[in-house]
Design a protein around this ligand. Sequence first.
Ligand code: ADP
Ligand code: MG
Length: 243
Amino acid sequence: MIELKDIHKSFHKNEVLKGINLKVNKGDVFVIIGPSGSGKSTLLRCINYLEKPDKGIIKLGDLTVDTEKVKKEQIAQLRKSTAMVFQQYCLFKNKTALENVMEALIVVKKKSKEQALKESIHYLEKVGLQDRLNYYPSQLSGGQQQRVGIARALAINPEVILFDEPTSALDPELVGEVLEVMKSVAKEGMTMIVVTHEMGFAKEVASRVLFMDGGVIVEEGSAREIFDNPKEERTKQFLYRVK
Ligand code: ADP
Ligand code: MG
C-alpha cells in the first residue's frame, strides 16, 4: 500500500534521512518514535512532498514515484492521497471549524459548496464537534482545534493520514480526547503513520513501532517488542529518557 525505498534527504550538508525503507499495508498504524532532530517530521513531509526527497522511491497504491525523476502530476497525486495532521493544528484563523473542513473539500477535492457542506458536517460529527461547527479556532480549545484538523484530514478521504506529534502541543488534560478520536479512526481501518511518544496509544493500536535516530530506522517491531524488550542500545537509552 505504501512503500518507501532508500529515501534520502539532506538540507545543505546535513543528511537528515539516510536511506529509509518502509512498507505499510492498508489499515496498518505505524508509530514512529525517536529523539528530537532524528528526522521524523522530515520523513512524513517527504511522503507527501512538503519536502522533496533527494533520492529513493515512494509507492502509494498504484502510484510509483522515483523521486529523482518525479513528474508534476505525481506530486499532485501524492498530495491528494495523503493528509497531514500537524502539531500546530494549522487551521485558518479567519474561518470557522466548518469552513476549515469545507475549504479542503472545495480546494483539494473540487467538491461543490453544497456537497462540501454536507460532508464537512459529517466529519465534524465524527470527531464530536457537531455543536462547534461555527466556532473560530480562537474560540476552541487546543484539543478541539486538533479534532478539526483530524476532521479535515478525514474529509479528503486519503489513502493514508500522517500525524506529526498531534498531541505534543496540548495541555495534558486535552491529550486524551485527541487520542480517543485517533483510536476510533484507526479502528475504522484508516492507514496511519503517527509520530508520537504516547505509548498507551501505541500499545493499543500500533501494528508496528519504529525507532528512528540519526536519520535511520534503528529498530522496528510490535509495541510490546519495542517498549518492553528493546534490542538496540540506542532504543533502550531513548526509552529510559522518555519514560
Ligand atoms: P524530528 O521531527 O525528528 O525532530 P526533523 O525532521 O524536524 O526532526 O529535523 C531533522 C533535522 O533536519 C534537524 O537537524 C533539523 O534542524 C533539520 N531540518 C529540518 N527541516 C529543515 C529545513 N527546512 N531546513 C534545514 N534544516 C532542516
Ligand atoms: Mg518533528
